[in-house]
Ligand binder design. Sequence first.
Ligand SMILES: [Mg+2]
Length: 442
Amino acid sequence: MRNGTARPLNELATRRQFLLAGGAGLLLSLVLTVFLFFLARRLSGAAFLSPTTRGGGGWAMFFLLAIGFIAVAELPLVLYGLVRMARRGLPGLALNSTHFVFVAFPAIYGALGTLLTGQRWWLWVMLFLSGVRLFTSAILIYPREMAEREAALVAKRAPPAPPPARTRLIEEIRGFILDMDGVLYRGNTVREGTLDFIHHLNAAGLPYLCLTNNASRTSAMYEEKLGRLGLPIKGEHVMGAAQATAEWLRARAVAGARVLPLGEAGLREELSKVGFTLVEQPPADYVVVGIDFELTYERLKQATLAIRGNAQFVGTNPDRTFPSEEGLLPGNGAALAYLEAATGVAPIIIGKPSVAIMEVALAHLGLPAEQVAMVGDRLDTDILGGQHAGLMTILVRGGVTSEAELATSPIQPDLVVDDLGALLARVAPERQANLANSTPSK
Ligand SMILES: [Mg+2]
């Protein structure tokens, strides 16, 4: 993730909208105050708690003090609520209209106090309180800044350089996160030792999760694909970037938040499954971009407008290209780069090597990072992502990483194995020996 060199336009738009909503509240408060000031003069004789009718003004003062106390006491409570809304990245209408009501509301207390007691100075006290509310909220809350702070936090927890190597021992490992393509299989061919390794995990009841940056399929679709390859892996043991993104967002967004997705059916299904409302155009609370094989200018336009309208920009995975028989084709990262150029806003990335997907995966396994190994064939995603999350990292040879790359890369795994069969020999030597004796090798 890079920092936009151009000043993000929608950051300015957001601050402006937030302050405009509060400013409109203050203006409404001022208009009401002036109107009530003249109205109260006409009605002053009829005020229920007027000092002239109720003697001495003791009741009037008591009443004003009581509503004054309420008006001041609710200030920190509502401010706290506004900060929480902004932190959750809840942008647009909900946050801004709450801010508007928050600033304008003292006018109601002003009207109540003045019309019941005939004390017109009370209106000006409440107008001053409206000003104080706008001042404090303007200082405390910049919604885009909050969203960016979170993005910066994710980026900080996923630094580009690998952290110092911390060698972990295979004996401490109780669960596995397995990359799929290049580790379990290559293309449509299951790799040597995969079946034995999966049988061992299933039989020993070891928690494991097959994790892929691909965001076009649901877990059920992967289960079917793995079944076709003859691998007995249930959908609950598979997680794609679509599901990881949906779960990551669910932990942060309010229920029913509006998501504008750019992606395949798998992504849409995962997002609606966790309760998001899918929209095709702004306003939206989030724009979520996965690989979309029918991407059009119209879709990119709607996403751009939504991000500029303050939707939070989330990418399922950063892969700029993916291999095919025709050569390298544009991947999800290419669409993210397009939108970043059009909006000046960098996306929050969920997929490997982001720590976000690793945290979602660890939560699924229910194990601490120290007891989990990340097994992959790519240094800059699988191994780097595993290191960011504090996992033991195991590179499988024969995938995308060449021997020359492994020898020169600054990213070094804790362990290198030829395939999952070789890993099984390290994890459970006795079982591997039994398998070798009892079943002819495939
Ligand atoms: Mg791979």
